[in-house]
Design a protein around this ligand. Structure first.
Ligand SMILES: Nc1ncnc2c1ncn2[C@@H]1O[C@H](COP(=O)(O)OP(=O)(O)OP(=O)(O)O)[C@@H](O)[C@H]1O
Ligand SMILES: [Mg+2]
Length: 479
């Protein structure tokens, strides 16, 4: 049986003692005489439930609600109030209290309130477990250890929790926009609801409206006699993923905006206002700023969609993700194709890391699938990947993007004696890190930008290379 833990926070010793005595028989109970001391204890031994007196010395019970929720968002709080003061109670409930009891405390009523709250907690935990199981079964894993991906995953987890916030995902083809959209759905409280996709670029403009909003019977010639449900309605209490949202016509953009603002829409040929709740996640690989500047995309719709904006960098800007992803796809395909391939040869790894990856993760995944399919040995080789004679144009000369010749000229030849590639990498890093810091006058943020890296990745690397900040301005930046 789960043993629940309860805090009782009250400045009256009598109440504390009585609660510990009665509730202690069933639960683990800790008593505190002030909100501050209870909040201190949250970190080391977080409770399931807090019984919180409103009139406390120091921080009041009302103020304490937010502080407790900030540290332990899942904890339930039952307020204890000396008077049946409805204003105070409402204000407590608004701040997130779950229930309240009135002094003098009737122990039976309190126990009943606690039992209810704990049942809510039990159900929540059950849903969470179910959700995790569902996630495992439904969701492809989201792989990545670059700063960008770690940040994106943290944001995804946070936004998933508010089931109606719109999200806009921007990024090049194959970077994982759809995977992010489905992750948001499966991590949300509506994970059992539908996840419906509309690719706005794949269907003719005149059909988008009826696909999205549906139509009434007799809406137009050739319409199905009974009318049609739209994808919006199909996505009720779930997620509607609008892929290639940049391709929507201005007319539909206006209708979509109205829906996002008040949840209302009309079917094509309909006069009756419809209303549903669903989360809209939109994605595009087009440059929305340019579309807005050209008058092809509504700015107000952009702001409405981009309440949460997720920008997914190309694979070549997060090369540290290439090998972990390649290994993940290797396992995936060797299981699917039932071929026990244990790894990727070192030279193939080097080439994978150096490629340009215009098609991003999708291209990498396809390459590995090919490798597993063709490979015969215990490891995937350059040959299996079709990279034994790589087309120089698909390789970025030692990964240096713009500004460096892509021909490979200027790099030492690989001879039969081999070459110290890690040493070369380091030398190259030193060269560019030093140069970028010089060019940016010691400003690490600007230097990181010159190397198209996040500030944190930049800082980690210069620390590792023991490149010492030379100017006072740099010292200040990297503190
Ligand atoms: N971080 C990741 N971890 C694991 N697999 C990934 C990751 N990112 C993308 N993929 C996989 O790469 C492929 C392409 O991803 P996805 O379809 O989400 O890209 P997209 O950005 O929607 O592309 P497009 O703009 O072309 O529609 C999918 O098979 C997806 O599962
Ligand atoms: Mg996509």
């Amino acid at each position: 049986m789960i043993s629940y833990s309860i805090y009782i926070v009250d400045d009256e010793e009598l109440i504390r003692d009585a609660s510990v005595l009665t509730l202690g028989k069933k639960y683990r109970v800790k008593a505190f005489s002030s909100a501050e001391s209870a909040i201190d204890a949250l970190r080391t031994d977080p409770p399931d439930l807090v019984l919180l007196d409103i009139g406390l010395p120091g921080m009041s019970g009302i103020e304490a609600i937010e502080a407790i929720k900030a540290k332990c968002p899942d904890v339930l709080i039952i307020m204890i109030t000396a008077y049946d003061d409805i204003e105070t109670v409402i204000s407590a409930m608004k701040r997130g209290a779950y229930d309240y009891v009135v002094k003098p405390i009737n122990m039976d009523a309190l126990e009943l309130g606690i039992a209810n709250a704990l049942e809510t907690i039990r159900l929540r935990k059950e849903v969470q477990l179910l959700q995790e199981k569902y996630l495992k079964e439904n969701l492809p894993y989201f792989i990545g250890q670059s700063d960008a991906i770690v940040d994106i995953m943290a944001l995804v987890t946070t936004v998933a929790k508010s089931p109606h916030a719109s999200v806009l995902i921007l990024g090049d083809t194959g970077t994982g926009k759809e995977l992010i959209a489905s992750t948001i759905h499966y991590k949300s409280p509506h994970f059992r609801g539908p996840f419906v996709t509309l690719n706005c670029a794949a269907i003719p403009e005149n059909l988008v409206e009826s696909e999205l909003f549906g139509y009434e019977k007799g809406a137009f010639s050739g319409a199905a006699p009974g009318g049609k449900q739209g994808l919006l309605e199909a996505a009720a209490d779930g997620t509607l993923f609008l892929d290639e949202v940049g391709d929507l016509s201005l007319g539909i953009q206006a209708k979509l905006l109205r829906f996002l603002e008040n949840g209302e829409y009309y079917k094509v040929g309909g006069t009756q206002k419809k209303s549903i709740r669903t989360r809209v996640v939109a994605a595009t690989n087009r440059d929305l700023d340019a579309l807005i500047a050209n008058g092809q995309f509504r700015q107000d719709l952009y702001y409405r969609l981009a309440i949460i904006k997720i920008e997914v960098p190309t694979l070549s800007r997060r090369r540290e993700d290439i090998l972990p992803m390649a290994m993940h796809f290797l396992v995936e395909f060797s299981q699917k194709l039932n071929k026990p391939i244990a790894g990727i040869s070192p030279d193939a790894q080097t080439v994978l890391q150096a490629m340009e990856w215009k098609g991003n993760v999708r291209e990498l995944r396809n390459r590995i699938e090919r490798g597993v399919l063709i490979g015969k040995g215990p490891e995937i080789t350059l040959n299996d990947l079709g990279l034994d004679n790589p087309d120089r144009s698909t390789m970025v000369a030692l990964n240096a993007p713009k500004g460096v010749a892509a021909s490979g000229a200027g790099f030492p030849m690989l001879s039969a004696d081999g070459i110290d590639l890690p040493g070369l990498h380091e030398a190259m890093d030193r060269h560019y890190f030093d140069q970028s810091l010089k060019m940016a006058d010691g400003n690490a943020t600007q230097a990181a930008r010159l190397l198209q890296m996040s500030y944190y990745a930049f800082r980690r690397r210069i620390d590792k290379l023991k490149i010492k900040p030379k100017t006072p301005s740099l010292k200040k930046t990297i503190g």
